[in-house]
Every structure is written in C-alpha cells, then in structure tokens.
Design a protein around this ligand. Structure first.
Ligand SMILES: [Fe+2]
Ligand SMILES: [Fe+2]
Length: 481
C-alpha cells in the first residue's frame, strides 16, 4: 500500500518531467496528503526546476498555505475521502516526443497496430495470425491482422479492403452476396481477418472479421460506492451564447445538493472556453475577446463549485492548446490561479474513480467519423461513440480534418475497457449502454451560435449527466426551463 502511494507520486512527477530526490519523495509520501494536493505541489514545483530537492518541497509546504487550504478547509461531511487517480500512461502531458519525422509516424502506427493486435488476438476463435508477407495458398483458412489502408468497391459491387502490416499489404475480398458486405471499414482501423488466399492472384477471401471491440459479456458489476460523477462539458466561456442563467442555476443546485446527492467528482471534457479564432468570423460570437480573460472568468465560475469536489479538466479544440491529438494539459500561463481541487490533464484521459475507469475524450474526431461513415450523424453522437468502442480507437482516420500527433504511443487507442466513456464537442446530450459501458455525450453551456445555425447544427444545452459509481445509474440533470 505504502509502495503504491510512492509509485503514484513518482508517476505524477514523471508526467511533469520532474525528478524527485529520495528525501523530497519521502516528505510528499509520509504526510498522507491526498493525491490532489500532491499534484498541486508538483505543478508548482514544475515551474522552477526539473530536479526537486527536499528544501524545495519544504519551501512549498511552508510558503504556500493558500494552495493547501481548500482541501483541508472543507472535508466532505460524510468523511469520505476522494478516491481518484489519473491512470498512469494515459496522459500525454509532459510526454510529447513527436517532431513530425518519418520515424515518428512509423513508431506511432506500430504502437497502434501492436496494441490493437494484442486485443484482437485475445478474442475467442482468433489466434496465431500470419504476417502478411507469409500468406500463401495453404488450402485452409488463416488469420491475419491488418490496418485498413484503402477500401474500394468493384464494378460488380464487391468490396476490396487493402490491409497492411509491417511486412506487406494484402487485398481482402469481401463478396457482395456474403454476410460481411454490411461491415463498415474505416481507414487506419486495425482488424483481424480469417480468410483464404486464392489459388491464383493476390486476393485474400474474407470469411470472418474480428474487431477489437468491447468483450460481449462485459457488464457493470455493482459496488458499494454511493458517490456520483458529474460531467460539465463544452462550457464555452467567452461566447456571447454562454448560458449564464442556466450555468448559475446549475452552480446553485450543486452548492445546495452536492452532499445530499453525493456528487463526489466532476469532469470537464474540454472546450471550457470559446477561444479565439476557432472558426471563421468567431469574433462576432465573442463576448470576451481576450483568451486570458476567458480563462480568468472560468476560474471565477469554478470557484463557486464546492471545494471538496475534485474537478478534472482537459482541453478541447476551442482551448488554448495544440490542436493535434492527444492534447497536453493547459499550459501554466492559462492554468495558473485555478483552485487546487482542479486537476489539469491532457485529452484524452483515463481517470480511475473509486475503482471505475472513466475515459474522457473531447470528441473532435466525431467530425471525421461523420464525414467518413455514411450512417453516422451529428444527431446521434452515441452511434459514433459505439463505432469508436468497436474499434477500440477514438480517432482512427489519419489525415482528415482532425489532426493526430505521431507520438511514440498511440494515446487514442482505448487500451483498457472503460466503465464510463464520455465525449463532448457535438453539444448533444444523451447516453446509452453498450456491453456494460456507460456512454455519454455531455451537452454544453452554450446556446446555438449563428455559425451553428448556418450549418444547421442544433445543440442540446444546459444538461449535466451524472453517473452513480456504485449502481451505474445515469441521470441527466436538466437546467434549461
Ligand atoms: Fe464545444
Ligand atoms: Fe469541440
């Protein structure tokens, strides 16, 4: 147990590219500080140095009582301590290595392929895939795992899906009269295929397709947690269409009811401010024209939330952050001055709360899914989230509108099956259950803008989804009307 806390502190430091001296680690570990406090301390220490000494930690502890205050000042009345951690390895913050070189792209796609192949190979009925260069005419079906490079329809209406691995490419034939013709293939997804190579030519005749997907029998197993996690997405502070009355209604509800309703955690899945220059002529829609002022205003709004609730905040495409995904946490110049109960992390992020895994992703790739897959629409973002879950990838399509940064590891792979999967971005509000996973699109606090009206985009604002961590019950708290 003691070792766990030490590991946790060390990985939190590593995420910030900080090296702790053994004594510095000892002090942070031995005082039974909540992890949120340790994170706050590390954020402050990361400003000054890469190596942290005992003296620096003591200085921080002695000199910055104000930062410590909120967590000490208001322990939850039921005596419950927050149980929340950022899953190690899920946050790009401090770990970005990509320079856009060819080697980066190779490493990136290898990482994606490797992680997804491992999941596919764990599926019942699929094992021991053959490298593409070694596929021969064996006279019996074999398994291969490939990344979809291209999909085309032949004149006769069959599909040819070209897949590749790091040994070669292979044209996979999907017969128009067979059961697989209804499958949707997207570029750069990784699939397993059982099939047989034709006696002549290169075609590999598909008999079955295996997607990494969520295991079929997975279910939500109830626990004795009684707390709920709330999602407040796409706040868009700074926009003329920011719904201040509804926001205030939500804050006042939160202040009055958070203990009764046991709201233990809050996640803000991106677009926390409206930003500057996010789309053409955005100035016309802005009430606050300065990005720093937008974050300052948000800071004040969030101070109204009860101090005892840890808040996880990650960026979206409107935030002051690199656009390419994965996005690191807001940099210090925007993040400074926020209350210490606010954890600034990257997008996407995996957070473990009272044993439940929450995967939060802003959802910019939904634009690409919708333009690339005929059946998907803005009216039903949950169908897109299901398509992501089936492929265990948040944004497989490379080179579309949503930019992907070729990091050494593909952070957009859904490596572990989440209990709760949340997106924002499309300003819809809804939830569904897919194989035990609570999938949520978490609304917005911005009314329809002229730009959205022009694009026939109808938001569903002012709704706060809540998930009970014990029962898995989802409720949508509506603050409009
Ligand atoms: Fe948004
Ligand atoms: Fe967005």
């Amino acid at each position: 147990m003691v070792q766990d806390m030490k590991d946790e502190i060390l990985s939190a430091a590593a995420r910030r590219d900080l090296f702790l001296s053994p004594e510095a680690l000892e002090i942070l570990d031995s005082n039974d500080y909540p992890m949120e406090f340790v994170n706050t301390a590390l954020n402050a220490l990361a400003k000054d140095a890469m190596f942290v000494t005992k003296e620096q930690v003591i200085d921080f502890l002695g000199g910055d009582g104000r930062v410590m205050e909120p967590l000490k000042a208001e322990p939850p009345k039921n005596g419950r301590r927050p149980d929340i951690e950022i899953v190690p390895g899920s946050d790009i913050t401090g770990h970005s290595t990509c320079e856009g070189k060819m080697a980066d792209f190779i490493a990136y796609f290898r990482s994606r392929y490797g992680m997804l192949k491992k999941i596919i190979c764990s599926k019942k009925g699929f094992s021991a895939p053959v490298p593409i260069e070694r596929i021969g005419n064996f006279g019996h079906p074999v398994n291969i795992v490939g990344m979809v490079y291209e999909v085309r329809t032949t004149k006769a209406g069959h599909l040819v899906v070209t897949v590749e691995d790091d040994t070669g490419t292979c044209p996979v034939f999907v017969n128009k009269d067979g059961p697989l013709i209804d499958e949707t293939f997207v570029t750069d997804e990784v699939i397993g295929i059982t099939g047989e190579k034709a006696a002549r030519g290169d075609l590999f005749y598909a008999e079955a397709i295996y997607r990494p997907d969520i295991p079929q029998k997975r279910a939500w197993v109830p626990s004795d947690s009684s707390a709920s996690v709330a999602f407040i997405s796409d706040i868009h502070v700074g926009s003329r269409e920011f719904l201040k009355p509804q926001w205030e209604k939500m804050i006042s509800w939160m202040r009055t009811n958070h203990e009764k309703e046991n709201i233990g955690y809050i996640i803000l899945p991106g677009d926390v401010v409206d930003g500057i220059g996010a789309y053409p002529d955005q100035e016309k829609d802005l009430e606050i024209m300065d990005i720093y002022e937008q974050y300052d205003t948000l800071k004040e709004y969030l101070k109204e939330l009860p101090d005892s609730i840890p808040v996880v905040l990650h960026p979206g495409n409107h935030d002051a952050c690199r656009l390419a995904e994965p996005q690191p946490a807001l940099s210090e110049k925007f993040a400074k001055g926020f209350d210490s109960n606010i954890l600034m992390v990257g997008n996407p992020i995996n957070v473990r709360i009272e044993g439940r895994l929450v995967e939060s992703y802003h959802g910019k790739s939904i634009d690409d899914w919708i333009s690339g897959v005929r059946q998907l629409t803005y009216e039903d973002p949950l169908a897109t989230m299901r398509a992501m879950a089936e492929r265990r990838h948040l944004a497989p399509m490379y080179g579309q509108r949503n930019a992907l940064a070729p990091e050494k590891k593909d952070y957009l792979v859904m490596e572990e099956v989440p209990d709760i999967f949340v997106t924002g971005h499309v300003h819809g509000a809804g939830y569904m259950e897919y194989r035990g996973v609570r999938m949520i699109n978490a609304s917005t606090w911005q009314a329809q803008t002229d730009y959205q009206k022009m694009h026939n985009f109808n938001p569903n604002p002012g709704i706060m989804p809540l998930v009970n961590l014990g029962t898995g019950r989802v409720s949508m708290k509506n603050f409009v009307g």
